[in-house]
Design a protein around this ligand. Structure first.
Ligand SMILES: [Zn+2]
Length: 46
């Protein structure tokens, strides 16, 4: 069971697995969008 995070705000997403819903920015996020926008190989410099 993998965790999905919002591609916009990186908040933990609810529901799924087809479509998630971000409780933070109240945006519907499709699982396909999460996988497309999530780039773990590029760490963001703080
Ligand atoms: Zn969000």
């Amino acid at each position: 069971m993998k965790t999905a995070n919002c591609p916009r705000c990186h908040h933990e997403l609810d529901e799924g697995p087809i479509m998630y819903r971000c409780a933070n920015c109240r945006r519907a996020v499709y699982a396909a969008d999460v996988e497309n926008e999530y780039v773990p190989a590029q760490p963001v410099a703080a």
